[in-house]
Design a protein around this ligand. Sequence first.
Ligand code: BG6
Length: 497
Amino acid sequence: MKQPTADQPEPHLFVIFGVTGDLAERKLLPAFYHVTRRQGCEGDSYLLGVGRRTWTDDEFRERAKQALARSGIRGDELEEWCDDHVFFHGLEDYDTPAGFQSLRERIESIEHNCGLPENRIYYLALPPETFTGAVTGLGESGLAGGDGWSRLVIEKPFGRDLETAQALDSTIHRYFLEEQIYRIDHYLGKTTVQNMLVFRFANGLFEPLWNRDRIARIEITVGEDLGVGTRGGYYETAGALRDMVQNHILQLISLVAMEPPTAFEAESIRSEKVKVVRSITETSHEDVVLGQYAAGCIKGEQVPRYRDEPKVAPDSETETYAALRLHVDTWRWHGVPFYVRTGKRLPERTTKIAIVFREAPLPLFRAFQTEPTPNVLVISIQPNEGFDLFFEVKTPDRNFRLDTKRLTFRYHEQFGRIPEAYETLIADVVAGDQTLFVHTDEVDASWRLLTPLLENRPAVREYEAGSWGPDEIYRLLPDWADFCLTESNTSTHGGVS
Ligand code: BG6
């Protein structure tokens, strides 16, 4: 066995619960394979898939090869790695202690045969209602301890309100210490989301402007053109507030609004982020618009209304859209509104953060029939990852006419491929780095903020699929910086290029 170096993780067994599911096949298997190769630890990283099927190791290996091939990974090395390093164990359900005893025996036998220390990662890619059973099974069968280290990775949703999140957390803490728990919010694995820290704290240029003196408002848009697809059953229990706002959007707000951490390490960063969520004041109905998509047309294709999607109740009141005006009541942000909106069946898939700066103070150019638009910095989380800074220039004629132009940075133009979010997160779990994972305090603060709203939701309005949401969002903010959202766009002055 190779000696681990700083970049090379220790030998371990990576156990995926729910390995027969879509997330495991599409994201986790390819990400784990890429991570083992990138870190040169493919010889010492073993994978045990756990699922409710009765597959043999060989049957699972074939499926794993097919899943990896679908994501573009092929070749002799892959075949060899799967044949030697991949195993399957069937578990009838996640509530029966006897099942976990047999899992323990299986894990110990793999470790013995492969010469592995008891270093284990348990990844729960499971439906949320099975989390408690799986954690209890691991804990009661002694799998949370052992002579090496063990880490628990848990997917969202982490609870469905404050009470259920606290109950799940207390079950987990019965068996695992906080240092062993990796709560996933896959947005934190995105390079552009992490780049918020670099953008803000490694550049002297922006931080002095990053406050209520210079910034008028912040807009966050997380749009998806897809509907709920085959996930109607889950989505009916969630809705946009639980599915997107409680986690991804609050993480984005935290990174935009946090104070500089004292050190670049997990505890400092996470403790600054949680202060932001705790500083957000409670929302009233005035500050919230909820919507549900009606039928409409997206990119030339007619799509059905939400209530006609599979596994959705015909009279469903679930929100597929949420827009909120939030206030981060700190010294830095007092009086600066944060507008956020997220929804399914919007015109396109786009996640953008627009920092709208205060306008220049003197209306010097009014005589030339043009008012300056404020400078806007748009951080594109996806797609076309990068950022644009919109600013005013003089047009090349005799008058002082203004036009809005932009400076642009795009990741793919400078760096080529950027890693998939899950690749980054799995690499960090394997390395034991919790910086990009959600601390229990953050979960607690986010549910404390959202639970009162979930318990007293405003009425859900219809919006046409392919629009930016219900008309009521223009009551929250009449002029959303929509011109910043697309690559080829138009400003109030005409063209922006
Ligand atoms: C998931 C939500 O967490 O994030 C989905 O459950 C949503 O409903 C997805 O579609 C969006 O992720 P991304 O990375 O495509 O923006």
